[in-house]
Design a binder for this molecule. Sequence first.
Ligand SMILES: Cc1cc2nc3c(=O)[nH]c(=O)nc-3n(C[C@H](O)[C@H](O)[C@H](O)COP(=O)(O)OP(=O)(O)OC[C@H]3O[C@@H](n4cnc5c(N)ncnc54)[C@H](O)[C@@H]3O)c2cc1C
Length: 476
Amino acid sequence: MPDALCWIRRDLRLHDHRALARATEAHGRVAVVFVYDTRILSDLPDRDDRRLNFIHRSLEEVDEALRRHGSRLLTVVGDPVEDIPRLAARLGVEAVFANRDDDPYALERDATVARILQSDGRRLETDKDCVVFERQEVLNQSGRPFTVFTPYSKAWFAKFRAVDAAEETPRPAAFWPEASLPATVVGNRTLGEVGFQPTELWLEPGASGGQARLERFLEQIDGYADRRDLPGIEGTSGLSVHLRHGTVSVRECVRAVAGLEGRGSTKWWTELVWREFYHMVLANFPHVATRPFRSEFGGARWPGDPAHFDAWCEGRTGYPIVDAAMRCLRQTGWMHNRLRMVTAMFLTKDLLLDYRLGEAWFARWLLDFELASNSGGWQWSASTGVDAQPWFRIFNPVLQSRKFDPDGAFVRRWCPEFSGFSNEAVHWPADAGPFEQIEAGCVVGHDYPEPIVDHSVQREKALAFLESVAKPGAAV
Ligand SMILES: Cc1cc2nc3c(=O)[nH]c(=O)nc-3n(C[C@H](O)[C@H](O)[C@H](O)COP(=O)(O)OP(=O)(O)OC[C@H]3O[C@@H](n4cnc5c(N)ncnc54)[C@H](O)[C@@H]3O)c2cc1C
């Protein structure tokens, strides 16, 4: 039987892995490789990037698991367009297997790798793995991609059968013996060799971390529907980071909920389908990676004050829930979904700044950064996307704070200057009288910023601006 190479990218595990399962079922020896892609890494501004840490540690686990089967992980620091064909030639494999990635960059990269391999008499075989249904598998009755979530999810659930989430089991006997692998690329590189430095992570990486998190979450899934909007508690799974890097397989998440009943599991499964929806949108409308989905917003000039952007990024807008969320993002690489919506809407509808500024800021810091979901979430909040929040619905950040963080637990965690405030004042300290502020040790304007904008004023401005774009001809 000929040999093969399995190129892992956003699927850093050995279990339930379609490319690896396919490669090992039909080949004598299968080597597993990861390329630290310098074209991606050179654009990362932070040497202690948490994603690199997560990936690096997850690869350690892949290497360890391969070692237990007598093989090793191969790693290269370079440009996959050159390094994958070179390694394929060096190993003499007939094919390279990989799981598909519909990010525009990945599609172009894979097309080039496929061309080069082909010119050398080899082939690249890609397969679906990171979603249950991809691209054009769930279409509307006219055979076109959906642009509204509810009918998409109905069609998704109607199409789903247990076999769609069946486990894809690799055959370990086919893993390439270490002794005949090229020594120069055997094993993981050190973070230093990749050009990065270690940092703390708030979650355990690797397939073991993903597995443990999934199991723990399943024990409390019944309460998910009631707890998922409360950022002060751990009411959601926190699995997005593992889904992003493939340290859990989406099929194992679906298998875990498919047999359950109750509001919690139904709601959670629907969230996984939101993820599939945004992947499908990116695959069919790739312009959303850089431009609004809705063309009327394409040329819109957002009229906000650019100087407000730094205050938003740094968590000093004078709106506690926004500032707490933005500080949490910087310090952990994580933000709760409710707060992603609140902060995104604040940037676009209170500060009236282009959603792409915030989208790029999230892309820099989120450990679970995913082009499809980030673009989808931002365009939902800015009302520029598919099935977006209607332009005239604008969150009031203080009411959001009172409703979803009623005892101020989340705000106090990230804005410790509020520790002396009552549960009422913590959402809007400017409301507390001077005496209460002095007693609490936090005087607004001295210990905490004055609000940089007035929500009720900005709301009116936003409505006028958005109406002028959404309904051309309306007066601004
Ligand atoms: C402005 C904005 C930006 C976002 N950027 C990202 C991003 O870069 N990467 C990312 O994975 N998610 C993003 N989301 C979606 C969502 O906030 C996260 O997926 C969620 O907070 C992850 O937490 P969890 O794993 O505990 O989710 P859970 O509530 O446990 O949900 C389970 C899984 O479903 C998926 N999911 C849940 N909600 C959504 C959603 N609204 N859209 C798409 N998938 C969803 C995620 O994969 C998640 O892990 C964004 C949302 C907004 C509003």
